[in-house]
Design a protein. Sequence first.
Length: 219
Amino acid sequence: MTTSAIRLAEVRTRLDRAAALAGRPAGSASLIAVSKTHDAGAIQPLIDAGQRIFGENRVQEVQAKWPALRDGRPDIELHLIGQLQSNKAADAVAMFDAIHSVDRASLVTALARNMDASGRRPACFIQVNIGDEPQKGGCPVAELPELLTLATAVLPVAGLMAVPPAGVEAAPYFALLAKLARDHGLHGLSMGMSDDFETAAMLGATHVRVGSALFGERT
Ligand SMILES: *Cc1c(COP(=O)(O)O)cnc(C)c1O
């Protein structure tokens, strides 16, 4: 086995164990392998080892990298986990199977228009600025009800996504995101990265986004 295939097996074991500890059924937390900045040579071993869901953060990088990797593999899912400009909404709708960074009204409108035009309807997660950090993407917690009202009317909203503040315990933020999802009757919870995906899985994550624990540090 390659290093990354071994890492994949370890991460999957840890993810399943954390979900089981919290009494969640096996497979209730999906692993998104975050392959941003990594080339096809790094990604192919994970595909060969059975990984099917990948996360990327830039439209142009996906256009360059994925057509060949995806060729003949209709079961591969690509999830957009990075900020999206409204003028790239058409590309995002065409390329991605899920979009985790819907965080403002103008983007909701642009995505809805392009979904109607193309007939493709990638699952959408509303990104919440869960720590109310000024420099970070995501809808402010206070504005979430309003954005959700708008988004659920026109987009296939699967749930909520967040990146908690760095350097502090993430669990309270994961718990808050889970509560917000519950309050709004949403099932999907995209939360948890390499350093904290087990905590996220215990607190209800349906999707964890793991990069460096699978691929090694990004350069
Ligand atoms: C890069 C990134 C990840 C993966 O981070 P790791 O710490 O490498 O696991 C997850 N989510 C988002 C939004 C990212 O940008």
